[in-house]
Design a protein around this ligand. Structure first.
Ligand SMILES: Nc1ncnc2c1ncn2[C@@H]1O[C@H](COP(=O)(O)OP(=O)(O)OP(=O)(O)O)[C@@H](O)[C@H]1O
Length: 456
């Protein structure tokens, strides 16, 4: 049977205590190390990042008040701010234990301990550490995805002003928000704005992209699971709904949530509780949900695909993000922003966009919306030379209206055919990337890459 955690370290100079602790934690960790002195702990933690640390503060013997042990605790927390430290105290030394918790320890157990209590305490400390690390990873991942954390929501068109007003009204209220818009229109940025302006902004926003997660993992990703709940569930895992406790959960591509899981999400939101897979014990949650989809209101209103009671839970406030071609006024501003950003990134000089270059860019339909415009700006910065940008620097397709819909190829060049097929699928599905991708038998990622290649 697999142990749920990798490594624990027991730091106690009394070998009997160290051995007893090792025995009590058997099976929970793949490896349990013992250290006789806390002096070695800091290096050990830096090198091996243990999942849990049992630390004896040694205050019985340290003539005074355990301050030496507390000092070591401080160093541990510096070496690993998410360290899961369980303090071993002498019976009755509660005030030192409380001080230790104030300084970052997760919990304490008093000697003599019951093995069950020790195991339960260490298990929850290690699980908490794991969740925090996952949340950090999540934060890192989200900011890698296009650095949305730092991207301001740009656009002065009337449509964007309306979106901003809605964000400002919705953000402080805790109401669930549903954001509708084609791919690349900025739904994730809007979700981040809502979180940033909400009373939950002190906590990181978590997200789950139901368009990029394997469907078989939806349930456990959302609700969590207990050890052994299914083959491969080697330990307890907290779901995103619980991990986002006190914060905001961004449910991206909610339209992909299969019908059979929709009632479970609805119940969780209504009752503010989740029941992890394999468990029958509900866990309380306090989560604000911001969901997004590229489905149109009509498609979402189709109850054979989306439960209307869940929709009503999610769309207390609805924000529609219009496609870029419906707010062309925003194009120059967005383009200038991303050109400057990439000029700085690639250390290229600032170049002008002459009016005769801007005009076709503004007229372009941008089926991939702002994401595609951002890619085009990046490519132009890399390609350009001379003092100003030229139209050739931007990867726009030659426009031959109607021709893209014709299946009779003007050429047998595979590359050109591929582009025609992609354009055709995109138009057929009104630029909905997910639907176009499935029409073409591609993943969304693969379609994005091809759109980029063809400058669509
Ligand atoms: N109003 C905007 N201002 C600045 N940048 C924007 C804006 N809208 C979108 N972007 C940029 O476009 C890219 C796509 O945005 P985002 O990921 O928010 O879109 P999305 O609608 O969530 O896309 P998808 O549905 O494909 O997940 C990001 O790099 C983002 O920074």
């Amino acid at each position: 049977m697999d142990a749920p955690f990798d490594l624990a370290v027991v730091c106690d100079d009394d070998p009997d205590i160290a051995l007893a602790a090792k025995l009590a934690l058997r099976g929970m960790f793949k490896e349990i190390e013992t250290l006789a002195s806390p002096r070695e702990l800091q290096d050990f933690i830096k090198a091996r990042a243990p999942d849990a640390i049992l630390l004896d503060l040694n205050f019985e013997r340290a003539a005074t008040d355990g301050s030496e042990g507390l000092d070591y605790l401080g160093r541990i927390m510096t070496a690993d701010p998410e360290a899961a430290v369980v303090i071993i105290t002498a019976h009755g030394a509660v005030s030192v234990a409380v001080e230790a918790i104030k300084r970052g320890a997760s919990d304490f157990v008093a000697k003599p301990w019951s093995n069950e209590r020790l195991a339960a305490t260490v298990r929850s400390a290690a699980a908490l550490r794991q969740t925090r690390l996952e949340a950090q990873l999540e934060r890192g991942r989200s900011s890698e995805l296009g650095h949305n954390g730092e991207t301001p929501l740009l656009g002065d068109s009337e449509a964007m002003e309306r979106v901003r007003t809605l964000i400002d009204r919705a953000a402080p209220t805790d109401a669930n928000v549903l954001i509708l818009g084609e791919n690349g229109t900025g739904k994730e940025i809007v979700a981040r704005e809502i979180h940033r302006k909400s009373r939950r902004s002190g906590q990181p926003m978590l997200s789950i992209d139901l368009g990029a997660t394997a469907e078989s993992l939806f349930e456990s990703e959302l609700f969590g699971h207990t050890k052994g709940a299914f083959t491969g569930a080697s330990g307890d895992r907290m779901g995103r709904l619980k991990a986002a406790d006190q914060s905001t959960l961004f449910l991206d591509e909610i339209g992909n949530l299969p019908l059979h899981l929709q009632p479970k999400l609805l119940t969780a939101l209504e009752q503010r509780q989740v029941v992890p897979l394999g468990s029958n014990r509900p866990v309380t949650i306090d989560v604000r949900v911001v969901a997004a989809t590229n489905l149109t209101s009509d498609r979402l209103g189709d109850e054979t695909r989306f439960r209307q009671d869940l929709l009503f839970r999610l769309n207390t406030i609805e924000i529609h993000l219009p496609p870029l071609r419906a707010r062309r006024d925003d194009i120059p501003r967005l383009l200038e922003h991303y050109l400057r950003l990439y000029e700085r990134k690639y250390e290229r000089p600032e170049r002008l966009v002459p009016a005769d270059v801007m005009e076709p860019l503004v007229k372009h339909d941008w089926p991939g919306n702002v994401r595609a415009l951002r890619h085009a700006a990046e490519r132009a910065v890399i390609m350009a030379d001379g003092t100003a940008y030229r139209l050739d620097d931007f990867p726009l397709p030659q426009r031959h209206e109607g021709a893209a819909l014709s299946l009779v190829p003007g050429s047998l060049n595979l590359d050109q055919l591929e582009r025609q097929m992609i354009e055709r699928a995109l138009r057929m599905h009104h630029f909905n990337i997910s639907l176009a991708a499935s029409e073409l038998g591609l993943s969304r990622g693969a379609l994005y890459r091809r759109m980029e290649k063809h400058g669509l």
